[in-house]
Design a protein around this ligand. Structure first.
Ligand SMILES: Cc1cc2nc3c(=O)[nH]c(=O)nc-3n(C[C@H](O)[C@H](O)[C@H](O)COP(=O)(O)OP(=O)(O)OC[C@H]3O[C@@H](n4cnc5c(N)ncnc54)[C@H](O)[C@@H]3O)c2cc1C
Length: 546
């Protein structure tokens, strides 16, 4: 480990004798000679190792070169958040000298998490702090070579960041060492973005699911099983359902087409969620919820989409986009909504290279000291304007209506008014986009005066509301005219059961629930989504008991 790096308390705690005594019945002793490998970078499914005597070293391997990060002596233990999900190890662990270790299996680790609150907290805190250390120091098995002018580079950076997977990013536009790396792996500049996985596998412009496969993000998903509960979508509502379901003993699988967090994951700062007076970034909130769900044993598949539903009778079968299928006795639809796109003929060619649908630190990095435009008058547009004004030279907020008061919370309007870097343009609509490879300028028009304006902005954020992700349900459940899912009292006429009315949040099919933004009449807020996801689990129990 680099010298002088201060780690927060609890990152590498030493277990005392009493704590080790509590662990002894749950583990198996392993005796190792000096330099024996305990587990290698890329290995999955091994347990946590507590050092009983001797010591082990943790080694980072990049392009075949080893760096010893740290040495753990007696009382220390290995592992980080990957340990909870059985994902592949990001580092190699090797006996530093002849040592005796106690291996605690993943199943027993989960038991400790659930039954021994004090010891569980020691492990969980250490795992989270270690993951933060790995991300901050780009330690791990992934190198991404890309360009700030490539939409696929942005996609992969966002995918890895939102999945909390540490990676080293090398930008061909800026990094002078890049040629050596490209030569080492025999990569042409035209191949980028390129993802190097565990120093050996070179993926040329991989899809998110290929990246997930390479890093083993979906290990342990049991396609042959019938789950108690499948949750489709890992936004705030789906993650809440996963936490409540798994913590109450249900066998839960979450299917997420991208990365945990949903729309909230693209928010730079959520300030109205209970318990976070200073606000919290959507990514932070999602990362915490994701770990919490895994702590209780929920399985979470990322970069895999529900493509269709077989709903003739329970167990319901969710068909996945890769051709697989998973079954469950109950289902919570938490697939939320996606951004509405502007009706501009060449919009697609600038998506990711000048046109964005979220304003997180990844997008902010490319806007530093530049002019940016944001389209939208809602809270998400307001948050983005305030966040981007901290890095951009000027932020134009383009709204179709006469002002912000009808669509945005007062606290955001006050901050926008007080921020000299933000200019609000009312009655304004985008007419055309222009650029060669990357967005170079945006043309807009004042619909009241007819005046036209060309802005040399290379960064346009579209935050104009959302449509529900319900296409995959292929008509199984009743929806309203805008394709949001009807629930509870709204489905009574189509309800098939005589013996009971639908539960609140239950769709027109018994045992299938809809929560969060995908539900007709929902509040479109994080707290409401979390509340509905948690509540639905109570009804799931009742359906399972029927
Ligand atoms: C930029 C922005 C800022 C916001 N700020 C705030 C705020 O400050 N406060 C607030 O209260 N609310 C805020 N909101 C609103 C809030 O984020 C949403 O209400 C909330 O995220 C809804 O949660 P959800 O779980 O219902 O759906 P979503 O967040 O939409 O999550 C749905 C998830 O399902 C996945 N999915 C979709 N289809 C499939 C499929 N077929 N298979 C598998 N997975 C699928 C998606 O990838 C997504 O991850 C903001 C929204 C945005 C966009």
């Amino acid at each position: 480990m680099a010298e002088n790096v201060e780690l927060p308390d609890g990152t590498f705690p030493t277990l005392d004798k009493a704590q080790i005594a509590r662990l002894m019945p749950l583990g198996e002793e392993r005796h190792l000679a000096a330099h024996d490998i305990v587990y290698d970078q890329g290995d999955a499914e091994h347990g946590v190792f507590v050092v009983l005597s001797g010591s082990v070293e943790l080694v980072n391997i990049v392009n075949g070169e080893e760096t010893v990060l740290m040495v753990h002596g007696a009382g220390k233990f290995t592992g980080e958040v990957n340990q909870l999900s059985g994902r592949r190890s990001l580092v190699r662990c090797r006996a530093h000298e002849a040592s005796t270790l106690l291996e605690i299996s993943r199943a027993n680790l989960q038991r400790i998490m659930q039954n021994d609150a004090a010891l569980g907290e020691v492990f969980l805190r250490a795992f989270i702090l270690r993951r933060v250390y790995l991300i901050t120091n780009s330690v791990g098995d992934a190198v991404l070579i890309g360009s700030s002018n490539s939409a696929d580079t942005l996609r992969l950076r966002a995918f890895l960041s939102r999945n909390g997977h540490p990676f080293t990013y090398v930008d061909v536009e800026k990094d002078s060492d890049v040629q050596t790396l490209l030569d080492h792996f025999d990569i042409r500049v035209t191949d980028i973005p390129v993802l190097i996985c565990r120093g050996e596998l070179v993926l040329r412009n991989p899809s998110n699911s290929e990246a997930a496969e390479c890093f083993g993000l979906n290990t342990g998903i049991d396609e042959g099983a019938v789950y108690d509960l499948i949750v489709v979508g890992a936004g705030p509502s789906g993650l809440a359902a996963a936490v409540y379901g798994a913590s109450e003993g249900l066998k839960v699988l979450v299917i997420e087409s991208n990365a945990p967090g949903g729309q909230a994951g693209s928010s730079s700062r959520i300030e109205n969620y209970l318990g976070f007076p200073m606000g919290i970034s959507g990514q932070d909130l999602a990362a915490k919820a994701f770990i919490q769900a895994e702590k209780f044993g929920a399985q979470i598949a990322v970069a895999r989409s529900a493509a269709a539903l077989k709903c003739a009778k329970p167990p319901y079968a969710v068909q996945l986009d890769d051709g697989g299928s998973v079954q469950s006795r109950t289902l919570i639809v938490a697939s939320g909504a996606q951004y509405r796109r502007l009706n501009l003929p060449n919009l697609a060619q600038f998506e990711g290279v000048g046109v964005y649908y979220g304003a997180t630190s990844v997008e902010a990095q490319v806007c530093s000291n530049q002019e940016v435009a944001i389209v939208g008058g809602g809270n998400s547009a307001g948050q983005a304007a305030i966040f981007l004004s901290t890095v951009a030279k000027r932020v134009y907020l383009l709204v179709r209506g006469p002002g912000l008061s009808a669509t945005m919370s007062r606290y955001l309007i006050s901050r926008i008014e007080a921020c000299p870097e933000i200019t609000v343009k009312t009655f304004t609509e985008i007419e055309a986009l222009e650029g060669n490879g990357h967005l170079e300028r945006t043309h807009w028009r004042n619909t009241k005066t007819g005046e036209r304006h060309t802005c040399e902005t290379q960064h346009l954020f579209l935050m104009t509301g959302a449509c529900p992700n319900t296409g995959w349900l292929n008509g199984c459940v009743e929806m309203d005219s805008k394709q949001f899912i009807k629930t509870g009292a709204d489905v009574r006429e189509q309800w098939p059961l005589q013996r009971r009315p639908p539960f609140m949040l239950e769709t027109s099919l018994p045992g299938i629930f809809a929560v969060g933004d995908v539900r007709a009449g929902s509040m479109k807020r994080v707290a409401a989504a979390v509340g509905e996801g948690s509540m639905a689990v109570q009804f799931v129990h009742q359906v399972l008991a029927e």
